[in-house]
Design a protein around this ligand. Structure first.
Ligand code: AMP
Length: 216
């Protein structure tokens, strides 16, 4: 099955996707990670998008659609993708649907994490990511330690766009551009809205129960 995980920035999409990957034979695709990788490698694309991302704006639909197309074309990824942070606009949604159809696939399930703004701000404030294995931690709620993280500590960084000014912009962008996609999926797919304000494990137990009931 292919699934989409929606949620505001700092809403726990990446954390929950990591959990899902540990239990199901699925592969997480985060367009945010793909774009940050281009920036780290200082590719032509990375140089073009760096300031856009650091300001909390969206990269262009063409750029992300092209990255996603390469992933869907890979036979290794057939019908086993978790889309994390994609689609983020209605045009990206149409592009994704068209591509999946062309390659005899579909979205089986859409998970949407609903999280309050004050909780998002707290989570973003404490978030650190590993630049090597891409795991996500929070210095307050889920700190990295020798049990949950094997890479050298030097890889733990704060994202450039995780600051109070940019986060409000990213939240606003989510509400105006990404929220309308949910209306689309309400009509066309199985959409599950999940309370994302709870503890990581509580949220994951709900997600796991939903996924275990899907046969695809
Ligand atoms: P994320 O890691 O999902 O929080 O994404 C970080 C940033 O990457 C976003 O604030 C956007 O600037 C950019 N980005 C990620 N995914 C997309 C997308 N599907 N479309 C446009 N921009 C994106």
């Amino acid at each position: 099955m292919n699934l989409i995980i929606f949620g505001p920035p700092g809403g726990g999409k990446g954390t929950q996707s990591n959990n899902i990957v540990n239990d199901f034979d699925l592969k997480q695709i985060s367009t945010g990670d793909l774009l940050r990788n281009e920036i780290n490698l200082q590719t032509d694309l990375g140089k073009k998008i760096e300031s856009i991302i650091n300001n909390g704006e969206l990269a262009s639909d063409d750029v992300v659609n092209t990255l996603i197309e390469k992933i869907i074309l890979d036979p290794d990824n057939f019908n086993r993708l978790i889309f994390d942070g994609y689609p983020r606009t209605i045009l990206q949604t149409y592009s994704l649907e068209k591509l999946l159809k062309k390659f005899n696939q579909k979205i089986s399930i859409v998970l949407s994490l609903n999280v309050d703004k004050d909780i998002i701000l707290k989570r973003i404030n404490g978030r650190v990511i590993c630049d090597n294995c891409f795991k996500i931690f929070n210095v307050y709620f889920n700190p990295p330690n020798s049990k949950n993280h094997n890479c050298n500590k030097k890889y733990l960084i704060k994202r450039h766009d995780d600051n109070p000014k940019t986060i409000l912009n990213r939240f606003e962008t989510y509400v105006t551009k990404t929220n309308p996609i949910l209306d689309y999926y309400k009509k066309t797919s199985s959409l599950y809205e999940i309370d994302g304000n709870q503890e990581i494990d509580e949220i994951y137990n709900k997600i796991k129960a939903i996924l275990e009931n899907i046969r695809d």
